[in-house]
Design a binder for this molecule. Structure first.
Ligand code: PGA
Length: 250
């Protein structure tokens, strides 16, 4: 399976910054076409920058794009929300759901994330469902229990390798410069793979990404770990050089 190298741009940059970043990524891939043999590339810009990215990647199969969230409702009177169908209509292939920042700051629950994932699937999007424990939960030895509850609670019926990606992102590693030890990531990814049997169709081919302070120097060992099928990258996805260096490390 090719590694999925996914950039989560979060709430960063101007429209011009987004245009420069995607141009740099496309140029970088043009210069290093061998990266496309081993990796697939995804960028998830803020909603308002999606149409510029669509324009920039037009006619290129090298990079696909997605969003960082979608509404749980199908359409209608939901001021400020963006539906899964709108994202699909705007050319998105993926949507990140249940990122820990949304679980923490927007109070998203597993049940809400599952509804969003159902909408995403109905609209033809691939849902990237994020799970991961906090530092306290790990210190208490509860990391597997937490992740199991998140997986069971947020994966919708009908999830398959074709429409679902899991991102394991330990909360204590996100934006902190700390990464999981590759051995710990391997244990958790193996555990998630086991959980997926019975929960998704084709669990063996369902991608499980690692996320949390992945950088070019930490990427090699993490991406080499068993059951780590790619990375969900925040900070290091904001420069093409670092983003592509992670792919190089894969
Ligand atoms: P980070 O973010 O790489 O900046 O830690 C990862 C994420 O939150 O998806």
């Amino acid at each position: 399976m090719k590694k999925l190298i996914a950039g989560n741009w979060k709430m960063n940059g101007t429209l011009d910054d987004a245009r420069v970043l995607i141009a740099d990524i496309l140029n970088g891939l043009h210069a290093q076409p061998e990266l496309l043999k081993t990796c697939d590339f995804l960028v998830c810009p803020p909603f308002l920058h999606i149409s510029a990215i669509r324009h920039a990647v037009y006619n290129s199969k090298d990079v696909v794009f997605g969003a960082q969230d979608c509404a749980a409702a199908e359409n209608g009177a939901h001021t400020g929300e963006i539906s899964a169908a709108m994202l699909r209509d705007s050319g998105c292939s993926h949507v990140i759901l249940g990122h820990s920042e949304r679980r923490q700051h927007q109070g998203e629950t597993d049940a809400l994330i599952r509804k969003k994932a159902e909408r995403a699937h109905a609209a033809g999007l691939i849902a990237i469902i994020c799970v991961g424990e906090t530092a306290d939960e790990r210190a208490a030895g509860n990391e597997k229990k937490v992740v199991e509850a998140q997986i069971r609670g947020s994966l919708p019926a009908g999830a398959s390798a074709a429409n679902t990606v899991i991102a394991y992102e330990p909360v204590w590693a996100i934006g902190t410069g700390k990464t999981a030890m590759p051995a710990d990531a391997e244990v958790m990814h193996g555990f998630i793979r086991e959980l997926l049997s019975g929960q998704v169709e084709n669990p063996e081919n369902t991608r499980i990404l690692y996320g949390g302070s992945m950088k070019p120097d930490s990427a090699k060992a993490l991406l080499a770990a068993k059951n780590v099928d790619g990375g969900l990258i925040g900070g290091a996805s904001l420069t093409a050089r670092e983003f592509l260096a992670i792919a190089q490390a894969a």
